[in-house]
Design a protein around this ligand. Sequence first.
Ligand SMILES: C[S@@+](CC[C@H](N)C(=O)[O-])C[C@H]1O[C@@H](n2cnc3c(N)ncnc32)[C@H](O)[C@@H]1O
Length: 222
Amino acid sequence: MINTRETIENIFQQLVIPSGKRLDSISAAEGMFIHDWIKDHQLRATLEIGLAYGASAASILSAHQGLHICIDPYQEKNYLNDGIENLDRLGYGNRVRLHQDLSRNVLPRLYSEKAQFDFIFIDGDHRFDSIFVDFYFSDLLLADKGYILFHDSWMRSTQLVASFVRNNRRNYKQIRGAGLNLILFQKSGANVSSWDSLKEFYTLRGLLTQILVRPIIRLLNR
Ligand SMILES: C[S@@+](CC[C@H](N)C(=O)[O-])C[C@H]1O[C@@H](n2cnc3c(N)ncnc32)[C@H](O)[C@@H]1O
């Protein structure tokens, strides 16, 4: 029987990614974590914000047999459809639905259509306000006991949104052990915050990481 490592290594070998762009995608280790989490918890309805070359989408699609919804406004313009072509080549094309629009437009549409997901991966526009809006709508779209996974926890913006969730959403529990660059939460029940409550969520966590990691990423991307 083929194991997770073989599955993900095989997928990553087949992904066509232009040179110098490898760091746009999750790592193989992150792909293995995502694949195992979805498979082990039998999560079937999945959503992802930020498709790029399809590395995370393929890790998700290889873990279940259902549909995977992706949101990315720049798949054609910036990625020349490489992500979709990678998924087609891997045999996942018929189980992917891509919305080529900004997440802030698509997420409320999905909500008004009463869509619900078990697993949502947030890896789109990495500015604080965008991640916050992605979380806000993802929460509305997430089934009870479902999971939200943030990528790029080295970024201060991601850390701040995670800190907001930890401090202000008592119906979310952070699950440790997702890996250095991922932050995983599980939802349990409805939002119980009162209308006039807001707990301070400013955190220095991540400030040093961002200062240290950013120059390394710039160097590797040259
Ligand atoms: C870091 S890449 C995603 C990598 C991908 N998750 C993977 O690991 O294979 C970020 C992606 O977010 C997309 N993006 C940027 N702004 C967005 C927005 N407002 N809504 C949805 N996607 C966005 C970009 O086009 C890019 O493809």
